[in-house]
Design a protein around this ligand. Structure first.
Ligand code: GTP
Ligand code: SPV
Ligand code: MN
Length: 580
């Protein structure tokens, strides 16, 4: 095992605080994974699934009060409150260390502390970054094996002995009253205690690859975004790469691996949740997926909606909080299979037909990216893939059209900053309330969001040809509350329009909010949507937009003079365009 003095010092400090009975350094090997699984099967942390139909797959049931990210318990600990900004919870670093430090004191007593050196990004990529996390959860270690590159590969990647993000994770007593997810961007440090679930506990994901990385990216001139990365191949075999930001549980995994309904078109998957994007020497944006696994939403994943997703999770997958059939298979709502008699719900209780959901709405699968049938041959290219377009998509029952294009880069940054969305089960709290979620980063930006907008604007000026920026909304509804657009495989029609706009081929109508497809420019061949419905999906309503712009003003005002002027200008211009 390779190590450095600084890594050892950090691990010693963590052990002195948490006092585990033993310390195990993880090497990321298959043998280690198998040992962890065997141990968790013995102590009941995992249940085996049917080895014939789901080989090497397991079910984990988390504590019922620990089933989603808890944003109210997530803090950015910058020196001043202003550096974290009005949209983040803030605690002074010293106060955080004192309050939360107390919860770690002897928290691993009688338990094993695992040390996980992990690499985010492909081996050999200058864009990849190293983390070293310690944890007392074997489930977290096994999940990190799937989600990141664990072992020497990480330590070998350090550019200097101190070049790593440190993460201290302990389950504590799993009480939400003693749960904290703390980020110290200046120290490149993460403290998470009291949760064993998802983004709260798999520290490489949201805590490192988004919150700490976004702050690092701003300083170093790159971008860490809550985005999927895909390549759309056209009938000539040409692949155009796009990155799309969408809030939690709002369609990234589905779009990243979508099976095209349009003959001749094909989508290749690079990543489904996070993109690290750099400006190359020629002024071109290039993106890598820092992860090597999917932590995907299970409900509504079906052979119809996401066949590639279904294929991906048929082996070597850990399911969390899904239901269990008597034949030992995972089950969830929207799987397109009748609930079998004898179904057991996510809490291990006999499920009653017509009762509460059998699978938790935020139940998930943890599966290796390499198992996805649509995996892009370049997904681990150390140089990343060239990005030609950005998409911002959110969940809006009203107001926001199916698709439209920004006038230019600053206007696109405005559109991203103006994004609002209905909340989902991925976050503890009320579902379906509209909240502001600029660039789908509201829970993940590790610094003041006004500075984040400035950073986006600044990146644009460094690009030879800035990617075109698009806004999409698969979730607009009609008067009967039905989705106007069928979504899923049909979304490729929208991707096709986007790529044709990038190549200067598709027609569009100029409106006050941007370029909207003309009725003829979307490929509707074989699409089962009446023209009036499509028109309703694309409609831009003046009154609704005035209302939205009003609300947006209130959101922007909280940033005071820190909000960059081009954002205000784009806001004012939109209102002006509606008036003429
Ligand atoms: P995170 O992993 O939380 O970041 O979520 P995500 O953005 O990857 O969302 P995901 O693709 O897992 O989708 C979440 C939910 O949205 C699932 O219930 C999907 O079935 C649903 N969904 C995805 N795409 C569409 C679509 O095109 N139309 C509709 N109506 N629902 C969709
Ligand atoms: C999200 O909430 O955006 C996720 C799931 O991708 S979690 O890893 O739990 O944050
Ligand atoms: Mn996500």
């Amino acid at each position: 095992m390779i190590t450095t003095r600084f890594v050892e010092k950090w691990v010693d400090e963590a052990a002195n605080l948490t006092v585990p009975s033993r310390v195990v350094w993880c090497d990321g090997s298959d043998a280690e994974y198998e040992r962890l699984i065997a141990e968790m099967l013995r102590d009941g942390t995992l249940l085996p699934l049917n080895p014939r139909t789901y080989p090497n797959c397991y079910l984990h049931r988390s504590h019922p009060s620990d089933v989603a990210r808890t944003e109210q318990l997530t803090f950015i600990c910058t020196r001043t409150r202003d550096d974290a900004g009005p949209t983040n919870n803030w605690m002074a670093p010293d106060e955080a260390k004192e309050r939360v430090g107390a919860l770690y004191r002897r928290s691993m007593h009688g338990r094993t502390m695992f040390v996980i050196p992990y690499l985010m990004g492909p081996a050999g990529s200058p864009m990849s970054r190293v983390g070293v996390m310690v944890t007392d959860s074997a489930y977290v270690v096994a999940s990190m094996h799937i989600m990141a590159r664990v072992g020497d590969v990480a330590l070998r990647h350090m550019r200097d002995p101190e070049d790593f993000v440190a993460g201290l994770h302990s389950l504590g007593d799993l009480s939400p009253d003693r749960r904290f997810i703390m980020h110290f961007p200046a120290e490149r440090l993460i403290w998470s205690v009291g949760s064993g679930y998802g983004g709260n506990a798999l520290l490489g994901k949201k805590c490192h690859a988004l919150r700490i990385a976004s702050s690092q990216a701003r300083q170093e001139g790159w971008m860490a975004e809550h985005m999927l990365i895909l390549g759309l191949e056209d009938p000539d075999g040409e692949v155009t790469y796009l990155a799309a930001a969408m809030p939690s549980a709002s369609g990234k995994t589905n779009l990243a691996m979508v099976v095209s309904k349009l003959p001749g078109y094909r989508v290749w998957t690079v990543g489904d949740d996070i993109a690290w994007i750099h400006v190359d020497a020629r002024g071109q944006l290039r993106a890598i997926n820092p992860e090597r696994g999917f932590f995907g939403v299970a409900p509504n994943t079906s052979p119809k909606t996401n066949p590639n997703g279904m294929a991906t999770v048929r082996a070597n997958t850990i399911f969390t909080n899904v239901a269990l059939t008597p034949s030992g298979e995972p089950w969830w709502e929207g799987m397109d299979a009748e609930p079998p008699a004898g179904l057991v719900d996510w809490q291990g209780k006999a499920w009653q037909p017509g009762g509460a959901a059998a699978a938790h709405p935020n139940s998930r699968f943890t599966a290796p990216v390499r198992q996805c049938p649509s995996i892009d041959p370049n997904w681990e290219d150390p140089q990343g893939v060239p990005i030609s377009g950005f998409i911002f998509g959110s969940r809006r029952a009203r107001v926001v059209p199916l698709v439209f294009e920004a006038f230019d880069w600053p206007h696109g940054v405005f559109l991203g900053s103006a994004m609002g969305t209905e909340t989902t089960a991925a976050i503890t709290g009320k579902v379906g309330v509209v909240r502001r979620d600029p660039m789908a980063m509201i829970p993940f930006c590790g610094y003041n969001m006004a500075d984040y907008f400035s950073h986006w604007l600044g990146i644009g000026s460094r690009l030879a040809k800035p990617p075109r920026i698009f806004r999409v909304n698969w979730f607009r509804r009609d008067g009967e509350s039905r989705f106007l657009w069928p979504g899923y495989g049909e979304n490729v029609r929208i991707l096709k329009w986007i790529v044709e706009r990038i190549r200067g081929k598709a027609a569009a109508r100029e409106t006050p909010i941007g370029y909207v497809p003309t009725p003829g420019s979307l490929d509707t061949d074989g699409l089962d949507v009446p023209a009036a419905r499509l028109e309703a999906a694309l409609h831009c309503d003046r009154d609704e937009w005035f209302e939205a712009l009003d609300e947006l003003r209130g959101f922007y005002e909280q940033f005071g003079p820190r909000l960059p002027a081009p954002i205000w200008e784009a806001h004012a211009q939109t209102a002006r365009r509606f008036r003429v």
